[in-house]
Design a protein around this ligand. Structure first.
Ligand code: ACO
Ligand code: OAA
Length: 370
């Protein structure tokens, strides 16, 4: 048996949803740079689920479905009010999304049609859950979704309880496009492993949320912001990074399993971070981030990943750190559900082997003789 730690370089499935070839990321054959500049998040989600960009009529239908599905059951809201207020937001999200299944009569309907509807429903409801969790944490009443608004607009509206400005909506929409899918990343793989047992789509998304939470994956965006807060000023960047490198500690938001010459999504978020800082008349967070990048890339050859500049983008949008990874989930649920539909379409249980390295030839010893 050959063991490849972390399954590095192992091709575990075929997929026609997204690809990373020579550092270029595509969704269904469209370059991420093209989509980041031109596509809305709703168009992107449609592309991931159904394989082509929507016509106006198809996009209209999807937008109406997303609006219609956005409200969540009152019981789920009441349960969320019972969660400890200081609990990890991703832990709360994992629980709330799992509980949505209890109120969906079609949760175990495994037909393609029912699963497509549940994919759209999960996409519609996840932002409502995250916004409600954020408000409940602050002892505020959740705000009901607004009809006819895009996912980005609706999320900020439900979060802030007022109509968001156009700049914030555009920036969040672009960030959602950039995070929507990423081949066989850890959370998508977790979701596919779960549904490959023919478990339901809610179980798959719940597994995926659990995997995204970790700081080596989606949780890195919150860890980056924690680091920026800890550093505090531009002058403190250099000694901070030097200390980290001397102690051989990881710098969050850098490195990637697949990209060794840079993550194509990072440049878009970097540009957004500068634009938002310039508009606000304070580019400190951007300047600190660039200085960290220069030092880490110069000394370790590591490049920033998608999580690095998203931290300063979200902070400059006025979004609290605890919501960064849940916002990643708001976007990635489109990719997770597209992969889950693909897995159901050509399923085989995912069950690799382990090389045993434990004790052998042990004999049972009665408890009083141990
Ligand atoms: C959306 C996303 O999930 S993007 C990734 C988000 N995660 C992070 O930003 C966390 C920080 N980064 C990391 O932990 C890693 O780079 C990962 C998890 C992303 C990839 O892990 P792997 O593919 O296993 O990379 P691996 O750990 O083998 O790294 C290779 C070398 O670079 C070093 N390295 C990798 N990332 C970092 C980092 N962020 N800071 C310092 N050193 C690093 C490793 O220590 C290792 O050095 P070594 O060969 O001397 O032991
Ligand atoms: O692909 C990965 O390993 C992690 C990543 O960048 C993502 O999920 O967006």
């Amino acid at each position: 048996m050959t063991v490849t730690k972390g399954l590095e370089g192992i091709v575990a499935t075929t997929s026609s949803i997204s690809s990373i070839v020579d550092g270029v990321l595509t969704y269904r054959g469209y370059d991420i740079d093209d989509l980041a500049e031109n596509a809305s998040f709703e168009e992107t989600a449609y592309l991931l689920w159904f394989g082509s960009l929507p016509t106006s009529a198809e996009l209209g239908t999807l937008s109406r479905d997303l609006s219609a599905f956005a409200p969540i059951p009152e019981q789920v809201i009441e349960q969320m009010k019972l969660y400890p207020k200081d609990t990890n937001t991703m832990a709360a999200l994992r629980t709330a999304i799992s509980s949505l299944a209890l109120y969906d009569d079609a949760a175990d309907d495994m037909s393609r049609e029912a699963n497509e509807i549940k994919a759209v429903k999960l996409q519609a409801q996840l932002p409502t859950v995250v916004a409600a969790l954020a408000r409940i944490r602050k002892s505020l009443e959740p705000v009901a979704p607004k009809e006819g608004a895009s996912i980005a607009e609706n999320f900020l509206y439900m979060l802030w309880g007022k109509q968001p400005d156009i700049v914030s909506v555009k920036a969040l929409d672009a960030a959602l496009v950039l995070h929507a899918d990423h081949e066989l990343n850890a959370s998508t793989f977790a979701g596919r492993v779960t549904v490959a047992t023919l478990s339901d789509i809610y179980s798959g998304v719940t597994s995926a949320i659990g995997a995204l939470k970790g700081p080596l994956h989606g949780g890195a965006n919150e860890a980056v912001m924690k680091m920026l807060e800890e550093i505090g000023t531009l002058d403190a960047v250099e000694p901070f990074v030097r200390g980290k490198l001397e102690r051989r500690e990881k710098i969050m938001g850098f490195g990637h399993r697949v990209y060794k010459n840079g993550d194509p999504r990072a440049k878009h978020l970097m540009k957004m971070s500068l634009e938002l800082g310039t508009m606000k008349g304070d580019t400190t967070l951007y300047d600190m981030s660039v200085k960290i990048e220069d030092l880490i890339t110069g000394q370790k050859g590591l490049k920033p990943n998608v999580d690095f500049y998203s931290a300063s983008v979200y902070t400059q949008l006025g979004i609290e750190r605890e919501l960064f990874t849940p916002i990643f989930a708001i976007s990635r649920v489109s990719g997770w559900t597209a992969h889950i539909l693909e897995q159901y379409g050509d399923n085989r249980i995912i069950r690799p082997r382990a090389e045993y390295t434990g004790l052998v030839e042990q004999k049972y010893v009665p408890i009083e003789q141990r």
